[in-house]
Design a protein around this ligand. Structure first.
Ligand SMILES: NC(=O)c1ccc[n+]([C@@H]2O[C@H](COP(=O)([O-])OP(=O)(O)OC[C@H]3O[C@@H](n4cnc5c(N)ncnc54)[C@H](OP(=O)(O)O)[C@@H]3O)[C@@H](O)[C@H]2O)c1
Length: 219
C-alpha cells in the first residue's frame, strides 16, 4: 500500500513522512522543488517533483492512497488559496478516481465546517476548504477528512479530542496531526468519515480504532 504525500515538504508533511516511514509505511513524497527532495531521499523515502498548479497526474501512478496536506498559506492571498487548496484538491480527487486509488486522506481545517463564521481574512480560505471537502465527499472516492483546529508547534502529546469544547483551547499540535495521519494509515478500512482534531486527553490510536470500527459499522 503506497501513499502519495502531497504537501510533503510542509510542517505537518515532513513530520508525517518521517513518522510513517519509520513505522514501515511505503510513501512517495511529492515536493515542488528538486532541492526539497534530498531530506526525504536521505531517509530512504521515494520522492516525486510536481506542483498542484501544473500537471501532476503522473505523481499518482503506482500509489494506492493519498495524504493531502498541502495548502497555499497566507502569502499568496485568496487567488493562490483557490488554485491550491480548492482546485488543486479537486484535481487530486479527479486523478485519484481516474487511476482507481483506494482512499484520499485530506488535511482540511475545522474552520471549513462553517466558513461564514470565520474572521473576514480567513473566510475565502475556509470556503475553499469547505468546497474541496464537499467535492471529495461527493466524489465517490473513499475519503477520510481530518479537520484540525488552529495549528500550534507544541511537541506531540499523542492525545487529542474530537469534540469541540469552547471552554478549552481551540488548538492542536502539528505533530499530533502528523501522528493522527500515521494512525489513519494503520486503519485502511477507515473511510467516509471526518473528524475534528483538537489537543486533548484521549489516545490517538484509540480514537482512530474507534473511528475505524464506526466506519465498518461495528460501533
Ligand atoms: N494554520 C492553521 O492553523 C491550520 C489549521 C487547520 C488546518 N490547516 C491546514 O493544514 C495543512 C498543513 O499545514 P502546515 O502547517 O503543514 O502547512 P505548510 O507548512 O504551509 O505546508 C503546506 C505545504 O503545501 C505545499 N504547497 C503549496 N502550494 C503547493 C502547490 N502548488 N503544489 C504542491 N504543494 C504545494 C507547500 O510546498 P512548499 O514547501 O514548496 O512551500 C508546503 O509543503 C494546510 O493545508 C493548512 O491549510 C492549517
Amino acid at each position: 500500500m503506497k501513499t502519495l504525500v502531497i504537501g510533503a515538504n510542509g510542517q505537518i508533511g515532513r513530520m508525517f513522512c518521517s513518522k510513517a516511514h519509520n513505522a514501515g509505511f511505503q510513501l512517495r513524497a511529492m515536493v515542488r522543488e528538486t532541492a526539497q527532495a534530498a531530506q526525504f531521499q536521505e531517509q530512504g523515502i521515494e520522492t516525486v517533483v510536481a506542483d498542484l498548479e501544473g500537471d501532476f497526474q503522473e505523481a499518482l501512478h503506482g500509489c494506492d492512497q493519498i495524504v493531502f496536506t498541502a495548502g497555499a498559506g497566507a502569502k499568496g492571498g485568496p487567488d493562490k488559496t483557490l488554485l491550491v487548496d480548492l482546485y488543486g484538491a479537486i484535481r487530486t480527487v479527479d486523478f485519484a478516481k481516474a487511476q482507481g486509488l483506494r482512499r484520499m486522506i485530506m488535511v482540511s481545517a475545522m474552520r471549513s465546517m462553517v466558513p461564514q463564521i470565520a474572521p473576514d481574512f480567513l473566510r475565502p480560505y475556509a470556503a475553499a476548504k469547505f468546497a474541496a471537502d464537499h467535492y471529495l465527499k461527493t466524489s465517490g472516492l473513499p475519503y477520510l477528512i481530518l479537520l484540525p483546529a488552529r495549528l500550534v508547534d507544541e511537541p506531540a502529546s499523542g492525545r487529542i479530542r474530537t469534540v469541540r469544547d469552547d471552554s478549552l483551547p481551540i488548538t492542536v499540535s502539528r505533530e499530533n496531526v502528523a501522528e493522527c495521519l500515521v494512525s489513519a494509515l494503520r486503519y485502511d478500512s477507515l473511510c467516509n468519515q471526518q473528524t475534528i482534531l483538537l489537543d486533548g486527553d484521549e489516545d490517538i490510536d484509540e480514537i482512530f480504532a474507534r473511528l475505524s470500527a464506526a466506519a465498518l459499522g461495528e460501533a
